[in-house]
Design a protein around this ligand. Structure first.
Ligand SMILES: [Zn+2]
Length: 117
């Protein structure tokens, strides 16, 4: 799913998409001429294996996200918020969701038994 930067105004635009049982939903709205702010929630379950014993487990995901989306290169580095740059004039929501899923997968997750060791 893509939305062109020029279609996003100060008024919030709702979006919602799902991938691998994970839902990303929220709003995007214009912050400046080349920046759009995304405020969303990432909710769902991710199939994973325990990083200690290898048992299958579902990682429960429920986290708020706040990301700046830049139309082209982002120059102002004052904000400490995450910034994602897009070069095609449009926001690729699948890419955002995919990168959030990858970052969760790259973390450590333990099953209930190993969690309490
Ligand atoms: Zn385990």
């Amino acid at each position: 799913m893509e939305i062109a930067f020029r279609k996003i105004a100060k008024e919030a635009l709702d979006f919602e998409l799902t991938k691998e049982n994970i839902k990303l939903f929220g709003k995007v709205f214009r912050k400046s001429s080349n920046l759009v702010l995304l405020k969303a929630d990432l909710v769902g379950q991710l199939g994973h294996i325990c990083d200690r014993c290898g048992k299958d487990l579902n990682v429960e995901i429920n986290e708020p996200l706040e990301i700046l989306l830049s139309d082209g290169i982002y120059k102002d580095e004052m904000d400490k918020i995450d910034v994602v740059e897009f070069y095609g004039g449009a926001i690729d929501f699948d890419e955002i969701l995919q990168s959030e899923i990858e970052s969760i997968k790259s973390g450590y997750h333990y099953c209930d038994i190993c969690k309490n060791l």
